[in-house]
Design a protein. Sequence first.
Length: 304
Amino acid sequence: MVNATAAKSKKAKKSTFSRRKVDPAFYWMTVPAAILVALFLYWPFLQGAFYSLTNSTGYGTWKFIGFKNYIAMFQDSRVGYSYLFTILIAIVITLGTNAFGLLMAVLLDSKIAFKNGFRAIFFIPYTLSVLVIGYVFKYIFMEPLPALGQALHIDWLSTSMITNPDLAWFPIVFLSIWQGVAYSTLLYLAGLQTIDSEIYEAGEIDGATGWTKFTQLTLPLLGPFVTINMVLGLKNALSTFDQVVALTGGGPDSKTETVSYLIFHNGLGSGEYSYQMANAVTFFIVLAILAFIQLKFFGDREEI
């Protein structure tokens, strides 16, 4: 009887909501934004998808060639390596950014002196230009660090990591994490401030210690913020471009070429316009799939 009553009540609420009229002005207010998004996002994407089916070099005449660019792209070892390299460093950058961001947020949320000042100081890296800071870090990895390695007799540090094919990825990852931690920290701080202190007090009554409170109370309650941080972090890491331009230029021997850098460099500078358009469309699909998987995975964790 109770279930039937609840079902009727739910149905009545649903029918009342469905009969509610929405002022047409609200729809008209979305029209300017929809037009701008269509003009500057969807139309260029559709144009790029079309040119990926041609042999266009970005100017002059062109001819429709179907899916030949896509077939050639999947047979190109350089493109395959760029995808592998991009995904691997993106995973490291995302995990590192979120780990350090959460740690910094917990420390800044504690009762320490000059807390607001520290928050401002730690957020400064995010406000700086990646290219400018990238060239600063390039000098650090080219000059002071090798000198330090030679003084300490550390072989792998005695030469510049930027010119080492096996270590050139590290400066890119280090710079990305150093600059990305600030934004991640800000989001986690916002999440920590939504947690009621009474929850921690109840946990202490039940005998929860510092680590137990963090793993059993803080992390589960930060679920939505972990989701958005991981999704945004992976999206930004997969789009790594400025760091490569400033630090390595894709070298040495194309070992640090990300997909974004390869699309830009070869698409605009090497006459591979339509070929790299096919690469860009494929990369867009990969990003969409990864974002969907992330949202599904972390969304399920939040419901547990």
